[in-house]
Design a protein around this ligand. Sequence first.
Ligand code: UDP
Length: 312
Amino acid sequence: MTWLITGGAGYIGSHVVRALAASGHATVVFDDLSTGKRSRVPAGVPLVVGSILDGDLLASTLREHGITGVVHLAAKKSVAESVENPELYELTNVVGTETVLAAAHACGVKYFVNSSSAAVYGESGIARVSESDVAIPASPYGATKLAAEGSVDRYRALDMATCSLRYFNVAGSDAVELRDDSVANLFPIILRNIEENERPKIFGNDYETPDGTCIRDYVHVRDIADAHLIAAEMLVKGELPAVMNIGTGTGSSVLEVVRTLLDLTGSSLEPEFVERRAGDIGELVADVSLARKVLGVNFTSDVREIAASLIN
Ligand code: UDP
């Protein structure tokens, strides 16, 4: 088995490549290096620099390296950017995924692990969302991830063994060089604030939550990488559900995350409460019973452990 990891030079992808390699799997990285970095690709792992919209390059890569399975992570991931530029998200996340699927299918690839997101759920009003709950995305980003799941399902209905992993809020790192430097999510933004001695901003403290700030299910990127490894290995042995939530099942508030980061860095800055951010949902926590049952995983990293992995 050789796995092609699209987006393998990215923050999550590079952790996935390491998890697969550490378990003895051969991997090849396919990445356009738009946000990915060459330095995140381990020595000995081939890197093909190219776009997931380039079906010919994908096909030649799949053939040349004898790829038998694909882990597809290459995507655009900012909710805010997707509101400003929905066409870019449609192109990269939907057309891109279709292009990877078509090339994989044409080259006889049988196994496909797809990176999806909790953003597919939108404002459900349910305490812990499960895969059987209706998914109505609240952002163009979420809508493109849901559409991409649909594309994967079409190939599943042909002859591919597939699984889309709906990650909740991924954070943390296994190594300094693999950290998320996009400054697009809560942990990296707050760490940047602390570094620049700016008061961290908390978007809204009037949500219907115990401390009034938003609640999310933060999951360590190491656990996300393990989920991919287990899903990839299980797909080869048998079927997996079409979609699976990957989280901890425990919610933490933004205030809790900010206070933890301030505490661990020894900062005396005080958070500043500002207006709600457009499109934010009050609470989004995973029902993880399916992944627990099927993958046999029980991810328990808490906010403190995740934060500590980002501090030198
Ligand atoms: N957030 C915040 N201040 C920031 C960045 C994020 O209060 O500087 C909040 C944001 O409103 C949301 C939570 O942190 O409630 C997680 O945001 P993120 O963008 O990391 O992930 P999302 O859940 O939106 O995908």
